[in-house]
Design a binder for this molecule. Structure first.
Ligand SMILES: [Mn+2]
Length: 328
């Protein structure tokens, strides 16, 4: 397990001593990735820095309500000179996608993350696997280094933390998480409005997708393993966007008796994207996903596996059954 190798002080010094920054996060971004990027970018801009905020997928429609969302763009096609590149919430460096190609010249790489599988790439590394969200680490960094902080930053951090904790429900949610949430609300976050934008503003398409997924739902191991899958054909018929998937696996996780929930999504490159959730610390889905070249957290992990949907389903469900003992 990786640990913080650098201090907030060292990272704060790198912020103050340089001028040109690029803030990046993983492809197929979630609320923690995008909220963290925007929050740190806003703080560095107020510090007088020249900041680029890039994600290969650009700003997602569903998160376009975030404060200053328009400052996050797709990376440029050509390389750009920056002093410092900051990777947020990204366990594997090549998951930065095309944004990584755009800043090969950075003098310093800073890696801030909460994935236990993060190998600690970069010059300044702060990986805290006990933090439920990268947004929580950024809050602590901003406060400890007395970096600029305002309501727009607070809103972005709130969304980052809320989405990565399943609205403050997952076991990674600690007393500290609630203390930080309280500070964010004190800084002006409108809880009712923000939660409506995050959780009560889905396109109808997403619910139609859920209906199709539930048709494919299956159980193994006496109901301890639940899964559903999305074929390219169904995705095309419904006009699904990749971002529509976020959170749907929670419908499987929410079933009584289920320990492991799995979502299989057929991709265009001959691979299947596998998302896995566990409800028990004793069942480490990160370890299962690592066997297939993926990673993540003990209770939430993923992998991209080559093969047809049916092949990958069979291999993955077998691997899970080996861990949870489907025969017993
Ligand atoms: Mn995260």
């Amino acid at each position: 397990m990786s640990a913080a190798r650098s201090t907030f002080e060292e990272i704060g010094r790198a912020f103050r001593e340089h001028q040109r920054f690029a803030i990046l996060s993983h492809v197929r971004p979630d609320g923690d990735a995008l909220g963290s990027q925007l929050a740190l970018a806003l703080s560095l801009k107020q510090l007088g820095k020249d900041v680029r905020v890039w994600n290969e997928d650009g700003m997602l429609e569903k998160y376009s309500f975030l404060a200053r969302a328009q400052s996050l763009t797709k990376p440029p096609s050509g390389p750009e000179e920056v002093d410092v590149a900051i990777a947020l919430d990204t366990a594997i460096q090549n998951r930065l996608g095309t944004a990584f190609q755009a800043i090969r010249t950075a003098k310093i790489w800073i890696n801030i993350d909460h994935h236990p599988s993060n190998p600690g790439y970069g010059d300044l590394v702060y990986v805290d696997p006990t933090a439920p969200a990268t947004g929580q680490i950024l809050f602590e960094l901003i406060k400890s280094e007395r970096l600029p902080f305002d309501r727009a930053i607070a809103e972005n951090l709130y969304v980052a933390i809320s989405t990565d904790t399943g609205s403050f429900q997952y076991p990674n949610t600690t007393a500290r998480t609630f203390e930080i949430a309280a500070e964010l609300v004190r800084a002006g976050v409108d809880v009712g409005r923000i939660n409506q934008q995050v959780y009560e503003n889905y396109p109808r398409r997403r619910v139609e997708l859920l209906r199709e997924l539930l048709r494919t739902m299956r159980f193994e191991g006496g109901g301890r393993v639940a899964s559903f899958s999305l074929s390219l054909k169904t995705a095309a018929e419904l006009g699904v966007l990749p971002e529509d998937n976020e959170g749907l696996i929670d419908h499987l996780r929410a079933i009584r008796g289920v320990i492991v929930a799995v979502f299989f999504e057929e991709l265009t490159d001959g691979k299947v994207r596998v998302s896995m959730r566990s409800k028990s610390e004793k069942t480490n889905v990160c370890a299962i996903c690592q066997k297939f070249g993926g990673g993540g957290h003990t209770l939430a992990a993923g992998a991209r596996v080559r093969g047809s949907l049916a092949e990958v389903e069979q291999r993955i469900l077998e691997a899970i059954c080996n861990v949870v003992g489907c025969d017993s």
